[in-house]
Design a protein around this ligand. Structure first.
Ligand code: UD1
Ligand code: CA
Length: 456
């Protein structure tokens, strides 16, 4: 069996990010750059994944608590060849090693798969790209007669003629382990930057008659690296545009594909419509016919068929049933489950509550730690007082209850089936089935009363 080792280089400081956070922990589409690379890597089912860390290494390691990663510390960043030397003891004797960069987040599984398939156990295979402006990159030097790759020359070491070469080294390569074990110890730092260049192994391959093949990525952005905030923002836009295009292809209606952000996975049924400026985080599922209004944020949520989320609503960690109407300006927090045809209107906050079919809270309410039955009407301004300053308590509202406006339900409390609560009540005791309950001072009028006037 062909063994695949993967080495992800992530020791660089990333000074140009101008940040105290290690570069590979900066996020693209909501996840650290390095996580994009490790996620793609896992799709290749490698036998081993080694990550070379250095600058802020401890922080990087702690932010990625995956047990399948072998962390290798490179104390001083003396070059990509030096980084590989640190990993050498962990590499298998046979098989091949795929070298990836922690700051090149969007390389695709397909491209890497193509690299692996085209690779031969006795070949070195490079991922190269032809670019308009090759400045800064290592250049791919080919034999003028055979066109075979003979070396990679770094910008700073390149002759004027070599600098005109537009085929560049993306840095991603697949090298048979037998050769790595042989060549790594002989890499030297006698070059313009006094660095140990991994790229020097290509000249070594040529010298030994080991063929060097190359493939190109399907898209140039796959091999674009992040060195500063500008490049990070550019890649973010590319990622979002690609994702939006995929959604359009699947038949999702997007008011504007340039104004949607997906930071995770968005699964959509048929005839889903999404208005502008929506953000989807974590795993979000929108079933058939769901409509999302402008400026909504949905995180780790499921929305069942036919539900309409009106503009400016926030939904986090919730399950929304079929044919519900949510918002505008609704806030639905973790642990919430709404059954079908529930209406949650403007400035209503729901947290850790279950609301059964046909129930409505349309205006200015807080429903927390509650179980609400079917066909309940919760009047404007009603709040569940779930917190006594130390503990949270539950409110139970049974089927067919009508809660008048501006009511406080002081938990723990149970509003029995069919109860009616008069507006402006503070309910501290359980109510009786079918009864009207209210707790309200009697309305009185004072006829002698005068409004205060301004003193001169
Ligand atoms: C490297 C390649 C160059 C290629 C370019 C693509 C070499 C000598 N040059 O150049 O041919 O065109 O990438 O972007 O390989 N890193 C470490 N430890 C080190 C040095 C680097 O882990 O000691 C990591 C960095 O964090 C980064 C990656 O390796 O993720 C590349 O390092 P960088 O300094 O950006 O390489 P370049 O000099 O740009
Ligand atoms: Ca670089």
């Amino acid at each position: 069996m062909f063994k695949l080792n993967v080495v992800i280089l992530a020791a660089g400081a990333g000074k140009r990010m101008r940040s105290s956070l290690p570069k590979v922990l900066h996020t693209l589409a909501g996840y650290p750059l390095l996580m994009h690379v490790t996620n793609t890597t896992r799709l290749l089912m490698p036998d081993k994944i080694c990550v070379v860390i250095g600058h802020g290494g401890e922080v990087v390691k702690q932010s990625m608590p995956d047990s399948d990663l072998t962390w290798v510390v490179q104390e001083h960043q003396l070059g990509t060849g030096h980084a590989l030397m640190q990993v050498q003891p962990y590499l298998d004797m046979d098989g091949s090693t795929l070298v990836l960069y922690g700051d090149v987040p969007l390389v695709s599984r397909d491209t890497l798969q193509k690299l692996i398939v085209s690779a031969h156990e006795k070949y070195c295979t490079l991922l190269t790209a032809t670019v308009a402006d090759p400045t800064g990159y290592g250049r791919i030097v080919r034999d003028s007669r055979t066109n075979a790759i003979t070396a990679i020359v770094e910008q700073k070491d390149a002759s004027a003629e070599q600098r005109n070469i537009c085929e560049i080294n993306t840095g991603i390569m697949l090298i048979p382990n037998i050769y790595l074990h042989e060549w790594l110890p002989s890499i030297e730092n006698t070059n313009a930057q006094h660095e140990y260049y991994l790229t020097d192994i290509i000249a070594m391959a040529t010298k030994q008659g080991v063929p060097v093949s190359s493939i190109q990525p399907a898209n140039l952005w796959e091999v674009m690296g992040v060195n500063d905030k500008y490049q990070l923002a550019q890649l973010e836009r590319i990622y979002q545009e690609e994702y939006a295009n995929k959604l359009l292809e699947q038949g999702v209606s997007l008011a504007d594909p340039a104004r949607i952000d997906i930071r995770g996975k968005l699964h959509c049924g048929t005839d889903v419509k999404i208005d502008i400026n929506c953000i989807f985080e974590g795993i979000v599922k929108l079933n058939d016919g769901v409509q999302i209004g402008a400026n909504c944020i949905l995180k780790n949520a499921t929305v069942a068929a036919g539900t309409v989320i009106h503009p400016y609503s926030l939904i986090d960690g919730a399950e929304i049933g079929e044919n519900c109407k949510i918002g505008p300006y609704a806030r639905i927090r973790p642990g919430t489950k709404l059954l079908s045809e529930v209406h949650i209107g403007n400035f209503v906050e729901v947290k850790n509550s279950r609301i059964a079919s046909g129930s409505k809270a349309n205006h200015l309410s807080y429903i927390g730690d509650s179980i609400v039955g079917k066909n309940v009407n919760i009047g404007a301004g009603t709040i569940t007082c779930n917190y006594d300053g130390a503990n949270k308590h539950q409110t139970i509202i049974e089927d067919d209850v009508f809660v008048g406006s501006d009511t406080q339900l002081v938990a723990p409390v149970k509003i029995a089936k069919g109860s009616t609560i008069g507006a402006g009540s503070t309910i501290t005791k359980d109510t009786s089935e079918g009864a009207l309950t209210l707790s309200r001072a009697k309305q009185v009028s004072f006829f002698e009363w005068k409004r205060p006037t301004k003193s001169k």
